[in-house]
Design a protein around this ligand. Structure first.
Ligand code: UD1
Length: 430
């Protein structure tokens, strides 16, 4: 299972312990921009996106949109997405293999073309990630799917009236896929219940409404959508990346010396702020400057904690590996139960190789705090595991060599340069 990792290359070498001091600025949100880029397929007019991070996943989505008939220019942090007058609705395996979010073009392409053929996303190194909720929801919207030879092929049937879709779990991807598709079903009123309420879903809703969609209930677990005939082009600013911000805050609590993190939306990170409050090292947020300044916590006085990941507003699964690194140094026994991706624990063996004392029972990591980590060769199995190992390497004594580190560029824009700017000495080898 562990060997299914993608983008298996690149090495980072860090010698710890190190201090991070200065200013780090958080980029635009990966998980917000990807579905928004996919939703640009709903219009032939120009869409301008601002605050777009330069990430491997964004480049993969650019590739998909270009193969679907869009022309895209990147000017610094802006993307200008134009139509080239044709739509191709067949997406091959390669981009979907690299990035599961690619699958969310399936519904929009079916509506635009009447038919689509998109590779089915496979397994991945954080656990099983099926698309059954997506396909069930789309079927209710009149999109019949057939799975054959690893591809899903759609046929659009006529539907009218009111449709109720209740998601079995508040899946981020399924909520986004179904709501985006429902926007362009003229004459159809869709109600989706048990929706994901992650800030990235709300950003997508705001984007679509600005394009002329009629979606009601932004930020709540019930969304009502009145399908419209046409959506228009717009210019839109993407929200900051809360997972990048959270990762740098955790890094600051481990190795910061007045490390200022700018472009932070505290509303999106309440669960992380509460954890630090509860363990005895609160985070001070400047809501005018939208920034936090973090210094290494005093580990001698920290309290252990039992916590779990859960859908927003709960603690994000995408920060679980990074907070595990932190808790591995907190005195006493802490536990983290993973309720979103129940087997997302591949980073634990690697942290243990660095001297952490963690064992996994079912979907819970039981962490016995140690007083130091030691550098070791380790392997990153996915994007957030790579981040967890990098911050572990910064505080561990001696040299840590992280292989397969390129996963990190899927979610952290210029991370090596950003860290170098706050005084971190690291070597990246392609
Ligand atoms: C998105 C995020 C990812 C984050 C995750 C959970 C993007 C691009 N990625 O992934 O970074 O870790 O939300 O916050 O936004 N499930 C099913 N059937 C489905 C869909 C999901 O069983 O059809 C299950 C999954 O296996 C998982 C859970 O639902 O156990 C949550 O997954 P989901 O919220 O869909 O995650 P993604 O949208 O893939």
């Amino acid at each position: 299972m562990k060997s299914i990792g993608l983008d298996t290359s690149g090495k980072m070498i860090v010698k710890g312990p190190q201090k991070a001091s200065g200013v780090l600025t958080v980029s635009g949100s990966k998980n917000a921009v990807l579905p928004i880029m996919g939703a640009s397929l709903l219009t032939d007019e120009d869409v301008e996106l601002k605050n777009v991070p330069d990430l491997a996943d964004v480049r993969t989505m650019i590739e998909i949109l270009e193969s679907s008939g869009k022309k895209i220019d990147r000017i610094e942090d802006r993307l200008i997405i134009k139509s080239s007058g044709y739509i191709n609705s067949e997406i091959p395996y390669e981009p979907v293999r690299k990035m599961r979010a690619s699958f969310n073009v399936y519904g929009p392409l079916t509506l635009r073309k009447g038919f689509a053929k998109v590779a089915l996303p496979g397994g991945c190194s954080i656990g099983a990630r099926p698309v059954d909720f997506h396909l069930d929801g789309l079927r209710r919207l009149g999109i019949e799917s057939t799975i054959e030879h690893g591809f899903v092929t759609s046929k659009l049937t006529d539907i009218m009236g009111s449709i109720n879709i209740s998601l079995p779990f508040p899946s981020v991807g399924a909520t986004e896929h179904v709501l985006t598709t429902a926007c362009l079903l003229e004459g159809v009123k869709t109600t989706i219940t048990n929706c994901a309420i992650e800030p990235e879903v709300t950003d997508l809703v705001n984007f679509l409404n600005r394009m002329g969609a009629k979606i009601f209930g932004a930020g709540s677990s019930i969304l009502k959508i009145e399908g419209v005939k046409k959506l228009s082009g717009i210019s839109y600013n993407i929200i900051p990346d809360r997972i990048e911000a959270g990762t740098y805050i955790i890094l600051g609590k481990l190795a910061g010396e007045n490390l200022t993190i700018k472009n932070v939306s505290a509303d999106h990170l309440n669960s992380l702020f509460s954890i630090f409050e509860n363990i005895g090292s609160p985070i001070l947020y400047d809501d005018i400057k939208r920034e936090v300044t973090v210094t290494k916590a005093n580990f001698d006085i920290l309290k252990n904690i039992s916590m779990e990941t859960s859908p927003f507003p709960g603690f994000p699964t995408d920060l679980q590996p990074q907070i595990t690194t932190f808790l591995s140094l907190v005195p006493g026994r802490s536990t983290i139960t993973e309720t979103v991706f129940k087997s997302r624990f591949y980073h634990i063996d690697e942290l243990n190789r660095m001297g952490a004392k963690i064992r996994v029972e079912d979907n819970t990591a039981i962490i016995e705090g140690v007083n130091k980590l030691s550098g070791a060769p380790v392997e990153a199995t996915d994007l957030r595991a790579a981040a967890a190992l990098l911050i572990a390497g910064l505080v561990a004594e001696g040299e840590t060599v992280i292989t397969n580190v390129d996963h990190i560029f899927r979610g952290y824009e210029n991370i090596h340069e950003k860290l170098e700017n706050v005084g971190i000495d690291l070597v990246y080898l392609k």
